[in-house]
Design a protein around this ligand. Structure first.
Ligand SMILES: [Zn+2]
Length: 90
């Protein structure tokens, strides 16, 4: 299975189709951080890459995010997302 590395050029293209608002927000976060190695949602620096179970950019490409621990637990608790660490999913 193909995984798009979060904040890569391809990832932004796919995210812009999947969730334009989130794509714009993350682009801003990465831009102000000056590097892609930050949380997709808040710009924190302690991050890991995750795949969202049951969400897909397209039939072969699961949605991926780069998340800090806070945003990870927020998504899991408030949104009920199932997030799988990318290293384990590969
Ligand atoms: Zn975060």
């Amino acid at each position: 299975m193909k995984h798009l590395s979060p904040h890569s050029k391809e990832w932004f293209v796919a995210m812009a189709k999947f969730d334009p608002q989130q794509a714009a927000q993350t682009k801003q976060i990465v831009k102000s951080a000056g590097a892609g190695d930050v949380c997709s949602l808040c710009g924190d620096h302690e991050v890991s890459d995750y795949e969202v179970a049951d969400k897909w950019f397209d039939p072969d490409t699961p949605v991926t995010f780069r998340l800090c621990e806070d945003c990870l637990s927020n998504l899991a608790t408030n949104e009920g997302e199932r997030l799988v660490p990318l290293s384990a999913a590969n």
